[in-house]
Design a protein. Structure first.
Length: 276
């Protein structure tokens, strides 16, 4: 028995080894199945808050405009006529409160019931001179605002009127115009036709001499101015544009002590004024 013991032990060990070898198969990942690794927690990263800066749009080297839209209508406040009330682009950010349909809201429109231009703040400007028709004394003629929208009198026209004032002649002591002055008055009528938007004050003046009669001179100056007006009406100038007045010797332009001065004082002046 003692002789068999070593063999028995050897057979037992061999059997045990064989059994373990069958049970100890290598680890092989299943085919067509991905290997799933255990999830790991993602560390949370905290970004410190920074103050929000407003974007600016530079309009020129010295100015900037803030890109804000308080009423949320999609139009930046610097372009929005009504920045606190949502509106439409074609009304420049304002609601559709535009009775005359000119694109300018009623509360910004100087003429809310008459279509006009942006340049004239919603009012019409027929001659396009930048002076609104309701402020333009000559709405159909281009002129500067300083001249109420009317063309300025040229220096040449002023000289021609001044020449007429000095050279219209009357018969001595009377209001009868001498024929030599007809051509001068025709020239005045031509000027008035060129400037139809002006009214005309025709003013008569006399000189004074030693022993003169002030009342008679006043009456003579009035009659001579009226004679000039009558002549101009005969040349087609509407009477509604003409006003005559006489001032006697109260407005001298020359020295009444000299013949030359007295000649200057005897005159008919033509003062062109804007129509009211």
């Amino acid at each position: 028995m003692k002789k068999l013991t070593p063999y028995i032990i050897s057979i037992f060990l061999l059997f045990a080894y064989s059994t373990n070898a069958q049970d100890s198969k290598p680890l092989v990942a299943p085919k067509n199945k991905p290997v799933v690794l255990p999830k790991q927690a993602t560390p949370e990263i905290t970004v410190p808050k920074q103050p929000i800066k407003q974007n600016t749009y530079a309009t020129d080297i010295n100015k900037s405009r803030t890109l804000t839209d308080k009423d949320g209508d999609g139009i930046y406040d610097y372009d929005d006529v009504c920045p606190d009330v949502a509106g439409k682009i074609n009304f420049r950010g304002c609601p559709d409160y535009d009775r005359d349909g000119d694109g300018i809201v009623n509360d910004k429109d100087r003429c809310p019931d008459i279509a006009g231009s942006f340049a004239a703040i919603g009012c019409p400007d027929r001659d396009g001179d930048g002076v609104m028709d309701n402020d333009d004394k000559c709405p159909d003629y281009v002129g500067p605002a300083s001249n109420k929208g009317c063309p300025m009198l040229s220096e040449d026209i002023k000289k021609r009127l001044a020449f007429a004032a000095r050279n219209i002649q009357f018969e001595a002591g009377k209001s009868i115009i001498k024929p030599v002055s007809y051509k001068i008055l025709d020239e005045v009528a031509s000027i008035l036709n060129i400037y139809p938007y002006y009214d005309v004050n025709v003013d008569g003046h006399t000189d004074n001499t030693e022993g003169y009669n002030a009342a008679a001179n006043l009456k003579l100056s009035q009659d001579r101015a009226a004679s000039a007006v009558t002549y101009l009406i005969g040349k087609g100038i509407p009477a509604s544009r003409l006003v005559s007045a006489g001032y006697g010797d109260t407005k001298p332009v020359g020295d009444n002590k000299t013949a030359a001065g007295r000649a200057q004082n005897r005159r008919i002046e033509f003062n062109l004024l804007f129509k009211d």
